[in-house]
Design a protein around this ligand. Structure first.
Ligand code: PMP
Length: 389
């Protein structure tokens, strides 16, 4: 008999399974449950974007692309970043097309980290950061952000977490699961702490397009002195509803992108060709789609926020992404018990805040990328649960 425990890489075995999975497994047996659990747009990819993918196949575009992605797509991404966020990246040397933002995060970490390097990860945040750091031989250092700061990373929290081993700060804003954002002044304060250090920032800006209330996303790469120490991760999944196309990109100083390209080239070859053709169309003609989806999310966001407040759950107003993070401490349940009982008794799925790292306990993540009708029904059921459990 093979002893696979001895064969498996210990770092990989030591990574715990995601706290989100358990709920998806439970939900499999409940086809009628309303899901506020999955962090993915409910819209389909706009037709003209799908068409561009289909058309590329009809024309026989079925081969690999250049390792870094088609140059036309890279040019379009660079133009988009300039137009939307006033960021300047050389499409040929400072930009790499990846398999989703996920690959971008993985590559960015793997290209920088040496065994034992510390990576500061503000939490509650996306479940991937810590495990990706560990699997890249690094050590995640979780920094608990607070509801009273709307889950921003403050300069004080950052300063207290830095040690001589700190190599990277992950900056996860707009934030999954809290919906929190960092505005220019917040980012300037972070930049002030990093000034004079060798710490790199991996900025996950996958929700950059989804900000509300007149707020426009600011990239940390746009703060003076920060571009040279930032690797920017973004992608097509959220803003164009293209999760299944698996396409994203990574931008940064060309010295780093050149090395990262080696990881990508040997491990992946190139991002999916069909998806790249669709993405060119998205960037060229998709601005209105973003606006339309965003307006819809915004309506749902305000509706859900009011609903939670009306039933007495405390909730700060999230201004980014498509998540709400109400506090459920008043129910006396911890977030895991709350979500499990809610799912079993009312068939509504939300994700326990504890799944998103320190600082998440006492909250639940509700994704509002679902129809108004379902949101209204979910609110009624949650209220019923709170009153009658
Ligand atoms: N970052 C964050 C914060 C996310 O929520 C997600 C998707 N849930 C990703 C990155 C990865 O997205 P993708 O790989 O689909 O681009």
């Amino acid at each position: 008999m093979m002893d696979y425990n001895r064969i498996l890489n210990q770092r990989i075995s030591a990574v715990p399974p995601s706290g989100i999975r358990k709920f998806f497994d439970l939900m499999e047996d409940m086809p009628d449950a309303i899901s506020l659990g999955i962090g993915e747009p409910d819209f389909l990819t706009p037709w003209h974007i799908r068409d561009a993918g289909i058309y590329s196949l009809e024309k026989g575009k079925t081969r690999y692309s250049p390792n870094a992605g088609f140059s036309e797509l890279r040019r379009q991404i660079a133009a988009y970043l300039k137009r939307r966020f006033d960021l300047t990246y050389d499409p040929m040397h400072e930009l790499l097309v990846t398999v989703g933002g996920s690959e971008g995060l993985d590559l960015a970490l793997r290209c920088i980290l040496e065994p034992g390097d510390e990576v500061i990860v503000p939490t509650p945040s996306f479940v991937c950061y810590g495990p990706l750091v560990s699997m890249s031989m690094g050590v995640p250092v979780y920094v608990e952000t607070r509801a009273e700061d709307e889950f921003r990373l403050t300069p004080e929290l950052l300063r207290a977490a830095i040690t001589p081993k700190t190599k990277v700060l992950v900056l996860p804003y707009p934030c999954n699961p809290t919906g929190g954002v960092m505005e220019r002044a917040d980012l300037e304060a972070i930049a002030g702490v990093l000034e004079g250090t060798d710490i790199m920032v991996i900025s996950d800006e996958i929700y950059a397009e989804l900000t509300y209330g007149g707020l426009h996303h600011v990239s940390i790469a746009n703060i003076p002195g920060m571009r040279e120490r930032t690797l920017l991760v973004n992608g097509f999944s959220k803003c164009y509803s293209m999760t299944g196309w698996r396409l994203g990109y990574l931008c940064g100083p060309h010295e780093l992108i050149g090395s990262i390209l080696k990881l990508h080239q040997y491990g992946i070859m190139s991002a999916p060709t069909t998806s790249q053709y669709a993405a060119i169309e998205a960037l060229e003609h998709g601005d209105e789609d973003i606006e339309a989806m965003k307006a819809e999310y915004d309506g749902r966001r305000r509706f859900l926020l009011q609903g939670f407040r009306d039933m007495g759950l405390e909730c700060f107003e999230p201004r980014g992404a498509f998540y709400m993070f109400p506090c459920i401490r008043s129910t006396g349940l911890d977030s895991d018990a709350f979500c499990e009982k809610l799912l079993l008794s009312e068939q509504v799925a939300a994700i326990p805040g504890s799944a998103f790292g320190p600082g998440g306990e006492g909250f639940i993540r509700c994704c509002y990328a679902t129809s108004m009708r379902e949101l209204a029904e979910a609110l009624e059921r949650i209220e019923h649960f709170i009153k009658h459990r």
